[in-house]
Design a protein around this ligand. Structure first.
Ligand code: CAA
Length: 693
């Protein structure tokens, strides 16, 4: 056997799964596990079997990369039937994680012991599917449907202790996992009669069913747009109404339907893209990160304060620096208020709030950055300001400190040139609110030291962020593409659409907000200031700002917000203003369908994404998708802009762009060479191989 090692402890066989890195249930592992069970079942010298694991996971679940391909025998349900039906007791010794198919293996066993640090869960819902190897049938039988259903609906794992309380495991092993599992196996072998999860009905009482139906009714409303949540309800209900074999067949049918759905494909694409994005091309594993024991953040505005909170939340001491006492006081008050809100909502204890605040040291003057291993500048977005700060930091920061700018647009080498240590300087672009948004664009200019890049990636992980390393270039990846969408939205207004129609196209697509509601929330003056500094104009957006309609904070923007309302109402004055701009530009306004609006908003973004790939600013199309998922709330089940484009077909997108370029005379809308080439070859972005990983 290639992936399972068999050994013996007395009359108990130990089948150790060893398929690095996480024992995903590939065809090979399934084959070997089944062979191990059969071999032990037929061995007169063996009374019981323990399934244990080498490495950091018991089993991370089905091998996700096999989904959507023709099934390879033996399929997992067959392996589980052999385990549950085995005449000798089989006990799972769970360490690390038992997720998805991994927990389903454990459920089919006759006993389960978990190491104290283990995590157990059925996260399939996050991949757009439901458990497909008995999870929906065996978990309710073991712990009751009213407890099993929410666990599967959230997909969140439970701790070993939590699992014990639920009755999901028989014992928690503080130190000797294998010894306890062997002892349980021996006890079961002597007890005669095996506890088979599939045979149990005791937890599926009328009261439990009633509680489950209540939860199902709630989920039916709140998750109506999630086909897998609806399928989950149906499958769990079968646990009450049908015998095991029938319930398993129903579950399998639902699973097979969901797994080929585009939504699940998109979610799986993102799962792998996120992991791939963390791999930095051209830097080997031998390059180690520098040690980060303390940090400094320059600028205590919304962004700087949020970044300081990221450090405090991760337990890393951070000095928050401002130029004046009043400003640092304001910054600290804002941070305290955010933590207080979390305490009020119950997501943070008072004790942790105090601990976190104590990790943030307020200071006035750059001198306070002297002891930091990393300094992140989050000052005013102006090159002169940044250069001055970095020039001063050069004299203050300790040798070897990483110097990062949080700029969202500016040229990192120009900032680095203000120091005598450009090898230590890179961009770390957080997204607002920095303490919430998971994306971190790590901007790698040519000339930065490899270990500085690796340090930023490792730190991002420690801060709970999703790092994506990108190249240097105006707006990097995310904002550069966003600019295309913003321009497209303005163009649509002038051509005949209204703000609420444009926003509706994007919310209909799955975004939480459209561009105009978003601009009103963020403040229209921000974009106005940026345009002015770059000598750019946008007729409608500028006119809105000239009228002083900056958005929610002024009570009106693209929409009206009477009496502090959070949702905007249509504003006839804005609509008249837009019509006037169309007239001034000699445009005959026309109506647009929601599909047309969507295409006009997203196609230019995809086009820019293609240019970004051509220029090597992003390494892989998947990196762009991850950036849009975690930085801009792209709907996960749509897989990101490049994945979406592949689904539409690049030939269709190229043709639409060419038509728009001809209509508007805007060369930026001409299909990018890469897009043209892939379209002509009938390929998608997914066909591109990563540049030397
Ligand atoms: N299938 C295939 N590959 C997997 C995998 C899986 N289930 N789980 C992890 N991997 C791969 C990752 O892609 C990654 O590969 P690379 O090193 O090549 O990038 C590697 O294993 C390590 O993964 P992480 O970088 O994520 O490592 P981690 O230590 O941070 O996290 C983990 C480990 C918690 C197991 C995490 O990988 C995870 O959550 N995995 C997915 C778990 C899951 O969703 N399981 C359910 C699968 S669906 C199912 O089981 C259906 C069913 O009912 C039969």
């Amino acid at each position: 056997m290639e992936f399972v090692r068999l050994s013996q402890n007395g009359r108990v066989a130990i089948a150790t799964l060893d398929s690095p890195p996480v024992n995903a249930l590939s065809a090979g592992l399934r084959r070997d596990l089944l062979a191990a069970i059969r071999q032990c079942a037929g061995d007169a010298g063996i009374d019981a079997i323990v399934i244990a694991a080498a490495g950091r996971a018991f089993i991370a679940g089905a091998d996700i990369s096999e989904f959507g391909r023709p099934p390879v025998q033996p399929i997992l349900p067959e392996v589980l039937d052999a385990i549950e039906g085995c005449a000798k007791p089989v006990v799972a010794a769970i360490q690390g994680v038992a997720l998805g198919g991994g927990l389903e293996v454990a459920l089919a066993c006759h006993g389960r012991v978990a190491a104290a640090g283990a995590k157990l869960g059925l996260p399939e819902i996050k991949l757009g599917i439901i458990p497909g190897a008995g999870g929906t049938q065996r978990l309710p039988r073991l712990i009751g449907g009213a407890k099993a259903f929410p666990m599967m609906l959230s997909g969140e794992p439970v701790s070993a202790r939590g699992a014990l309380e639920l009755g999901l495991v028989d014992a928690v092993a503080e130190t000797e996992l294998l010894a306890e599992a062997v002892a349980l196996a021996e006890r079961l072998a002597k007890s005669g009669g095996l506890p088979r999860t599939g045979d149990r009905t005791d937890k599926l009482s009328a009261a439990d069913r009633e509680a489950f139906e209540g939860l199902a009714a709630q989920a039916g409303k709140s998750s109506a747009d999630m086909p897998n949540a609806m399928a989950l309800i149906e499958a769990v209900r079968a646990a009450y109404t049908a015998p095991l074999a029938e319930g398993l067949a129903q579950e399998r049918a639902l699973f097979l339907k969901l797994v080929v759905d585009e939504r699940s494909k998109a979610l799986r694409h993102l799962f792998f893209a996120e992991r791939e994005a963390a791999k930095v091309p051209g830097i080997g594993a031998a390059v180690k990160p520098r040690k980060i024991a303390g940090a400094a953040v320059i600028g205590a505005g919304t962004m700087g304060g949020g970044i300081a909170m990221c450090f405090a939340n991760a337990g890393i001491p951070v000095t928050l620096i401002e130029t004046q006492q009043a400003q640092i006081d304001n910054g600290m008050n804002r941070i305290a208020a955010i933590y207080d809100m979390s305490v009020k909502r119950g997501s943070l204890t008072q004790e942790r709030r105090d601990q976190r605040l104590a990790l943030i040291t307020p200071a006035v003057g750059l001198g306070a950055a002297a002891g930091a291993d990393i300094v992140i500048e989050a000052a005013f977005e102006e090159m002169g300001v940044k250069q001055q700060i970095f020039g001063e930091l050069d004299a203050i920061a300790k040798p070897g400190a990483v110097l990062a700018s949080n700029t969202s647009y500016l040229d990192i080498p120009t900032i680095a040139a203000a120091t005598r240590r450009p090898k230590d300087v890179l961009g770390m672009h957080f997204f607002s609110p920095a303490n919430v948004m998971k994306l971190l664009e790590i901007v790698r200019p040519t000339g930065v030291a490899d270990d500085v890049v690796v340090t930023a990636v490792a730190l991002a992980r420690e801060l709970g962020k999703v790092p994506v390393v990108v190249g240097n270039g105006f707006g990097f990846v995310g904002n550069r593409m966003l600019e295309q969408r913003t321009r497209a939205a303005e163009r649509l207004l002038i051509a005949g659409a209204l703000p609420h129609e444009v926003d509706a196209a994007l919310t209909g697509f799955g975004f939480k907000m459209g561009p105009f509601a978003m601009a009103d929330l963020a403040g229209n003056d921000i974009g106005w200031r940026t345009r002015k500094s770059r000598g750019k104009t946008a007729a409608v957006a500028d006119a809105i700002c000239e009228a002083g309609w900056f958005g929610q904070k002024t009570g009106r923007g693209y929409y009206l917000y009477p009496e502090g309302a959070r949702t905007g109402q249509r504003d006839p004055e804005v609509e008249a203003l837009i019509a006037k701009v169309s007239q001034e530009q000699g445009v005959t306004r026309r109506s647009f369908t929601q599909e047309e609006i969507l295409a006009r908003l997203l196609d230019p973004m995809v086009n820019e994404g293609a240019r970004i790939l051509e220029e090597g600013i992003a390494t892989r199309p998947g990196d762009i998708d991850v950036i849009w998922l975690y930085g801009y709330n792209w709907p996960a089940w749509r897989g990101g802009p490049m994945h979406w484009a592949d689904g539409v077909g690049l030939d269709a997108i190229a043709a639409r762009l060419a038509a728009q370029a001809a209509e508007t005379g805007d060369p930026a809308l001409e299909p990018a060479p890469l897009l043209r080439r892939l379209a002509a070859e009938g390929k998608g972005f997914a066909s591109l191989k990563a540049a030397a990983a």
